[in-house]
Write a protein that binds this ligand. Sequence first.
Ligand SMILES: *[C@@H]1O[C@H](CO)[C@@H](O)[C@H](O)[C@H]1NC(C)=O
Length: 221
Amino acid sequence: MQLAVLAGDFLLSRACLTLASLKNTEVVTLIATVVENLVTGETMQLTTASNKRFSMEYYMQKTYNKTASLMSNSCKSVALLAGHTTVIAMLAFEYGKNLGLAFQLIDDVLDFTGTSASLGKGSLSDIRHGIITAPILFAMEEYPQLRAVVDKGFDNPANVDMALEYLGKSRGIERTKELAMKHANLAAAAIESLPQSDDEDVIKSRQALIDLTQRVITRNK
Ligand SMILES: *[C@@H]1O[C@H](CO)[C@@H](O)[C@H](O)[C@H]1NC(C)=O
């Protein structure tokens, strides 16, 4: 365990050195923000009080912190390092942010469904750890009784089953996928807003970025 922590510190120090070698303070700030967001996103997930755990807005913020911040700020950094304008850097940021949100929303669906289309076939690791994600939040809007089940915690497997039953009756999975699709489309729209180019490589690369937005929502693992 101690060695694992030190190995992590070592990797982080190497990453800091590589980052510093870019000699671009704005990019250093962006990547440092990613690390801050990541750590707060993950800790919030473990420590948050119940009223906030049931807020969709809070869930989306946490999702941004723990997943989409890395993608948005990395995309923006690349645009800045390539010498693009702030307008282009903002579009790159929007692309990464929405791609990251779509990715995580689908991840939360897959935790319930796994590779199959049916509920309960996923690893169920979120709910077993008491982590409430979008499918359950949406299901709770339809079935407020679900809240009492969630409040009891999920140490008892019978409670997990009961939550899955409500989820299955609700549109929770469907609405989460719809929300993921909305963000995937926003990501694609950011790429389409980039200034027109006739360069074949540029056209190909942009198409690949757009294809990726579909890939994250149709993946099943
Ligand atoms: C997201 O990260 C920021 C700063 O890193 C922090 O202030 C905020 O509380 C975090 N929010 C959530 C919901 O994790």
